[in-house]
Design a protein around this ligand. Structure first.
Ligand code: NAD
Length: 313
């Protein structure tokens, strides 16, 4: 399959590398010039579960696509949420009326951005439990295993979605066809919408946060706001299962000692966060639907304040 990875940071590199290893025709498109140059010069280099892997995959700067002759069967979107609109704009010349576009970003409501550029019936939404980390331009760290769920948005496009599932599974990406993807996107957004912002603001890992006497109450209030929005949109929402999953993050023997990705982005790497697409999305929807979202609103404001205090742009 001819596949464009649009946003070839940590996660895009993982998917690009594994799909390339499974003999798909893959290209990478990214906005970070140094990273693109390094991949083209020395290959995409990965510490892949302890093994050094170098993949020769063509990479292109997203602002210089006019002369690239490649029409994709599938585009996998893996930018950060705030980069998505610009990436879709750049991709326009490379999409045909048959190109399917799979969005695997964290966050809620990306379909509203994608449908400005892609016919609704070509949009696939997904949710992934894979992880990856950037080690520098052209270099990523890929450890552990994962999976992903995906579903077509357009009616009658199930077979196409299942075809994409098959291609991803052949590359050992452990893909599954979902019948309730929006529900699982909300579930993951609740984990991110509690652990990310709170640990980042409180300078804490998940286990230490979970051990405080205030964690459960704060987490519950935030989750209740996600639930109110989900209910309004008639998205199935299993509060108890979600709270159990969040509490699972506190376990120091599994992932509790980790700092969530927002912590890494803001506190370690001084990069902008995706807060506007997690808690901020709930605030926007709340305003539209007439639902109060004070916890999500305050959390979003505090994260933006921290971005400003750190001078992050
Ligand atoms: P990433 O930050 O690694 O890459 C996103 C974009 O930022 C890429 O275009 C990349 O080239 C660019 N970038 C990265 N470092 C940069 C730097 N130092 N200077 C300039 N540009 C830089 O993002 P990611 O972790 O691949 O995440 C992509 C999406 O997937 C996000 O929505 C994220 O929430 C989601 N996600 C990530 C993980 C994970 O483990 N990383 C897991 C699940 C979902």
């Amino acid at each position: 399959m001819k596949i464009i990875i649009a946003g070839a940071g940590a996660m895009g590199s993982r998917f690009g590398l594994m799909l390339n290893q499974a003999k798909n025709d893959v290209i990478l498109i990214d906005g970070w010039q140094e990273h693109v140059d390094e991949i083209n010069k020395n290959g995409l280099r990965a510490d892949f579960n302890g093994e050094e892997v170098i993949a020769k995959i063509p990479a292109y700067q997203q602002d210089k696509l006019s002369e690239v002759d490649f029409t994709a069967d599938l585009v996998i979107l893996f930018t950060k949420a705030m980069q998505l609109d610009a990436m879709l704009k750049s991709l326009q010349p490379m999409l045909s009326e048959n190109t399917k576009v799979l969005c695997l970003l964290n966050g809620i409501g990306h379909e509203d951005t994608i449908k400005k550029y892609v016919p609704f019936e070509n949009i696939l939404l997904g949710n992934t439990m894979w992880t990856a980390g950037m080690e520098g331009p052209g270099r990523v760290k890929l450890f552990g295993t994962g999976s992903l769920d995906l579903q077509n948005l357009g009616e009658g496009q199930e077979e196409i979605a299942k075809e994409v599932v098959a291609v991803l599974s052949k590359a050992d990406l452990h893909a599954n066809f979902s019948t309730d993807i929006i529900s699982s996107i909300y579930k993951k957004a609740c984990v991110n919408g509690t652990m990310n912002g709170l640990c980042t603001l409180l300078n804490s890992n998940m286990a230490d946060l979970g051990a405080t006497s205030f964690a459960d109450e704060m987490v519950k209030e935030i989750v209740l706001e996600f639930e109110a929005i989900a209910n309004y949109e008639k998205v199935p929402f299993d509060r108890e299962a979600i709270l159990t999953q969040i509490k699972g993050c506190y376990n120091p023997e599994t992932i509790g000692l980790h700092h969530p990705s927002m912590y890494q982005d803001l506190r370690i790497n001084h990069r902008l966060t995706e807060i506007d697409y997690i808690n901020g999305a709930i605030v926007r929807k709340g305003k539209e639907y007439g639902i109060a979202t004070p916890y999500c609103s305050f959390l979003t404001q505090l994260i933006h304040t921290k971005e400003e205090l750190l001078g992050v742009k």
